[in-house]
Design a protein around this ligand. Structure first.
Ligand SMILES: Cc1cc2nc3c(=O)[nH]c(=O)nc-3n(C[C@H](O)[C@H](O)[C@H](O)COP(=O)(O)O)c2cc1C
Length: 180
């Protein structure tokens, strides 16, 4: 058994420590709404197809080797595509890009490749779409995936970086887009 495993009833079991008792989901979501977090569009392209999703659950793990962590809900239509492609690009959005954030969050009814009709796109090393207007883009290869509760946690090696126009970024705070 790995250090953490998900049980069939959804609870999390740790090796030796027994089932974990956590606060209710609603309380946790309210707490998380108080945090401000940068908004990114995570894209992928390859044999599984081309798509992307809006994400805030992204953090750096290490700078040597340069490693990012990305969390994706397994219910997302992006999940099977990402699993086949094994590459992704984290595009950090500028303050004026709330519309692209909504499109890639599935809030406008636009799906899969259609999402790329908005914005200007290029590629770096892995072939994942890179948003030209992104403040910064991290082109990554996935080297490990861990299923934790409802989400897959992707560990990603950063193979290339593109610096876009500097300036204020888009942040999600108290369930609204804000500029920082
Ligand atoms: C601001 C914001 C942040 C989000 N962060 C994440 C995230 O970190 N991980 C995730 O799996 N979904 C996140 N979502 C939800 C996804 O963007 C999207 O709703 C999900 O991929 C389902 O849509 P799809 O199946 O059409 O791709 C976020 C949505 C918004 C609006």
């Amino acid at each position: 058994m790995s250090w953490i495993d998900q049980r069939s009833d959804g609870a999390i079991e740790t090796a030796g420590a027994g089932p974990l008792k956590t606060v209710e989901a609603a309380l946790f979501r309210e707490a998380m709404a108080r945090l401000g977090a940068a908004v990114h569009v995570v894209t992928t392209a390859g044999p599984g197809g081309k798509t992307g999703f809006t994400a805030t659950a992204i953090i750096s793990v290490s700078d040597q080797p340069a490693t990012l962590l990305v969390c994706l809900n397994r219910q997302s239509q992006v999940m099977p595509v990402l699993q086949q492609n094994n590459v992704l690009c984290v595009n950090t959005l500028g303050a004026g890009e709330a519309e692209i954030a909504d499109i890639f969050a599935g809030r406008t009814g636009i799906f899969m490749e259609e999402r790329f009709k908005h914005g200007q796109w290029t590629t770096l090393k892995t072939g994942s779409p890179v948003l030209a207007s992104a403040v910064i883009a991290f082109d990554c290869r996935i080297f490990e995936v861990k299923a934790i509760a409802s989400h897959d946690v992707y560990f990603c090696a950063v193979e290339a970086i593109r610096q876009g126009p500097a300036g204020p970024v888009l942040v999600y705070h108290e369930r609204a887009y804000k500029r920082v």
